[in-house]
Design a protein around this ligand. Sequence first.
Ligand SMILES: Nc1ncnc2c1ncn2[C@@H]1O[C@H](COP(=O)(O)OP(=O)(O)OP(=O)(O)O)[C@@H](O)[C@H]1O
Ligand SMILES: [Mg+2]
Length: 206
Amino acid sequence: MNLTFPERGLIGIIGESGSGKSTFIKLLLRLYEGEVGKIYVQDRELQSIALNQLRQAISYVPQDVDLFNGTIRENIMAYGTNMSEAEMIHICERLNMHQRIMSLPEQYNSMISERINLSGGEKQRLGIARALAKKSLIYVFDEPTSSLDQENSQFIKEIIEDLSKKYLVIVIEHRLETFENADHIYQFQNGKLVDIDELEVTRDNA
Ligand SMILES: Nc1ncnc2c1ncn2[C@@H]1O[C@H](COP(=O)(O)OP(=O)(O)OP(=O)(O)O)[C@@H](O)[C@H]1O
Ligand SMILES: [Mg+2]
């Protein structure tokens, strides 16, 4: 496959289960090293960029968000973010999580543990909050709405669209609604790109 991403904008990736979407993203993040092929960031080969620099530049929400034993606040700030209380609350409000967190006995200081019983969708939104709390140049979301209902998916869609005005946002999704305003949609099939002309939508006619 051969693809080029712009400096900012929304890129959608679709394709059936097992078609290689997550693998592709992991190559971009150098969680896997490719055996063939090359990836460039501007004119630099991906391999020549220091891993910490690369990871600093990319915020990634994996398909299975992994929260650790710590407070909600620590989980949101997991990427070493140093943001104000107000900024953190603003992010959680946009994700429709603030009220839920405030309903917990110790609010943002509540420990993530079995006692808290967060739902899959709540964990997913905390994972997204963590990625948003990290200031990056590229945001990558692997099926960010897989555990969310329609209403919460809509909030994510709005956040993604806003982010894509300033940054490059790459989103893997099954539902095409997320991509109404995508600059380009790529469809994967068996590890290859397939023709998606009929899916292409542009900001101009959105
Ligand atoms: N670490 C790995 N080692 C070997 N094979 C792998 C590895 N990770 C994924 N695969 C295989 O590579 C193929 C693509 O997997 P990938 O996770 O990229 O699919 P996907 O498009 O993200 O699917 P889904 O929509 O289910 O998340 C699958 O057949 C999978 O079993
Ligand atoms: Mg996947």
